[in-house]
Design a protein around this ligand. Structure first.
Ligand code: GUN
Ligand code: FE
Length: 418
């Protein structure tokens, strides 16, 4: 049994924050059991971890991030998607054939993700099984709840990243066999996106999805170029998402579609049919994709919209920054295309980054009783001449906070030491 004292903030529902100022939270075996303004008599003898006016919030979830692109963050941000992939991203990913190099990068990536308060993630590796296995094992050992995918791609100008279909399928199957039973970090099918996969490869992955009951992550209608390419390469499909539906990839486990910026009505219908997640990655869409998701409209349709850092199309590994940027982008979308769009609120953005996405990882992303206690204490956000309320401190953290504002991190109820 642990008792923690702080100002406590989490999402009540999509539109509202639950705020418990100056309160006590009890955690037993890693699960929240209660929150009270006054510590109940029965707990009087339990030592209290007192964070004063620190703000206790749930840890964040990153539903779209590329670990092998970690060393590229903040670089070559003046390119657009297709050039950025060819000139910057693919040459970096080819280096992950060297597992010793991969280990250095993946250790730094995992540490930085945790330092920035992300404790649940859907992560892309590369085509390389050995390096991707190292990443998955590293996350699993740390207790990070998530999914890691060995990328599948058999179309790529760079020969080093062009897989043979049979080898891609057999290596993926071995990866699934090895890690399907994992408790924390599990494997997920990861066809990169339509322009980099043949029909044969995607069909083969569909069979694996069925056999192992495994979901999928991919990039969906992320740019006009990509949406157009999908239709040229798969003329039998009316939209990008149908490629995966036809291959039987949509109903084996969670489906997480990155970006979803230019969906047709049919893309939306298919995603809703399978209750799939669409991931907004605000920095990435500003930098290399140049499109803005219809976040408010999709939320109002009942779609599951969540957030991702998309390192390194996005430059900041902290998903909290993406909650702020999501609000900003919704205003721009509404300003330039008022028809059918609306701005979103900060509580909505925070909910996407925590409670909404946390459902994917078995009850994380909240601090209400019954939640897994993956949490952060943030502090140092008030000014000497202006003390912020707990919800203001949270909002400011998302706009101008850094990992230095995170005073403590709890993962599965245990304090993480630096
Ligand atoms: N589309 C295909 N691959 C990628 C990638 O690595 N990052 C982004 N943002 N989009 C992609
Ligand atoms: Fe991506």
């Amino acid at each position: 049994m642990q008792i923690i004292h702080a100002d406590i903030v989490f999402s009540q529902d999509r539109e509202h924050l639950a705020v418990h100022p100056d309160s006590y939270i009890a955690v037993e075996k890693g699960i929240v059991t209660g929150i009270w303004p006054v510590l109940p008599e029965e707990y009087k003898n339990v030592p209290v971890a007192d964070y004063g006016d620190g703000v206790l919030i749930p840890a964040f979830s990153d539903l779209h991030v590329h670990a092998p692109q970690y060393l590229n963050r903040g670089l070559e941000m003046d390119l657009l998607l297709s050039d950025w992939l060819d000139k910057c991203t693919f040459p970096m990913e080819a280096r992950f054939a060297d597992t010793e190099f991969a280990k250095l990068v993946y250790d730094a990536f995992v540490d930085d993700m945790l330092a920035n308060g992300t404790m649940h993630a859907c992560v892309y590796g590369t085509i390389h099984s050995e390096a991707t296995a190292y990443l998955l094992e590293r996350m699993d050992r740390k207790g990070i709840k998530g999914f890691v995918g060995k990328i599948n791609m058999d179309c790529c100008e760079l020969e080093d990243l062009r897989e043979d279909v049979a080898k891609s399928i057999s290596e993926t199957e071995a990866f699934l066999e090895r890690y399907s039973g994992n408790k924390n970090t599990k494997p997920i099918l990861t066809p990169r996106f339509a322009p980099s996969c043949t029909r044969e490869l995607i069909k083969g992955l569909g069979k694996l999805g069925k056999k192992y009951n495994i979901g999928m992550q991919t990039h969906l209608v992320e740019s006009l170029w990509e949406a157009e390419q999908a239709k040229v390469l798969f003329p039998e499909c009316s939209c990008d998402t149908e490629i995966y539906e036809r291959a039987g990839l949509m109903d084996n486990g969670p489906v997480i579609g990155g970006h979803f910026i230019f969906p047709s009505e049919e893309d939306i219908r298919i995603m809703q049919k399978y209750d799939s997640y669409a991931v907004q990655c605000p920095d990435a869409t500003i930098s290399v994709i140049a499109g803005i998701m219809q976040t408010g409209a999709l939320l109002d349709k009942g779609m599951k919209i969540v957030l991702g850092s998309d390192i390194s199309a996005g430059h900041h590994i902290g998903v909290y920054t993406q909650a702020a940027c999501s609000v900003q982008l919704s205003k721009l979308k509404h300003f330039y295309e008022p028809e059918g769009n609306r701005k979103i609120t900060f509580p909505e953005a925070f909910w996407m980054a925590t409670k909404q996405s946390g459902k994917l990882f078995g009850g994380t992303g909240s601090l209400e009783p019954g939640s897994v206690f993956d949490a952060l204490v943030i502090e140092g956000l008030s000014d000497a001449a202006r003390k912020l309320t707990p919800e203001q401190a949270l909002e400011r953290f998302c706009y101008i906070g850094t990992k230095e504002n995170i005073k403590a991190r709890y993962l599965n109820g245990e304090v993480l030491n630096e």
